[in-house]
Design a protein around this ligand. Structure first.
Ligand SMILES: [Zn+2]
Length: 131
């Protein structure tokens, strides 16, 4: 079955860390444009899950995460909010952290809805603490 890849119309989004100006406004990491009004759920096709979450590369084609995006580029720039680990206090219940490699090769935790993960995934992978 043809996919969007076949037609090349939708490049894979690029994961970046958000930037901020001195006023604390959120800026695109690529172009510096203000993106503070784009904070919402973001879908990222084929992200590079990493570390103990690498098995998700088999099972989860779309990462649903939360943060900002910039659409002024050939590929969408997605900048998830910062989270520190598997369990999150910054978002409401139902969100957990997963490890993903960003465009700068650094692996960071990003939030995703628990329900988006494969059944039983968190029971097998544990809390992710101590890694
Ligand atoms: Zn930009």
């Amino acid at each position: 079955m043809p996919t969007l890849d076949t037609f090349g119309v939708e490049p894979t989004p690029v994961l970046r860390s958000s930037a901020r100006n001195r006023s604390g406004q959120v800026l695109c990491a690529e172009c510096g444009a203000y993106v503070g009004d784009t904070k919402q759920s973001q879908a990222v096709r084929n992200p590079q899950y990493a570390g103990a979450d690498a098995s998700l590369n088999e099972d989860l084609d779309f990462l649903v995460t939360y943060g900002w995006h910039c659409d002024r580029h050939g590929a969408e720039i997605v900048m998830p909010i910062r989270v520190g680990g598997r369990s999150l206090s910054v978002l409401s219940d139902g969100w957990v952290g997963v490890r993903v490699q960003f465009a700068d090769q650094v692996v960071r935790w990003v939030p995703t809805p628990r329900r988006e993960l494969p059944d039983g995934y968190l029971a097998v992978s544990g809390s992710g603490r101590g890694e």
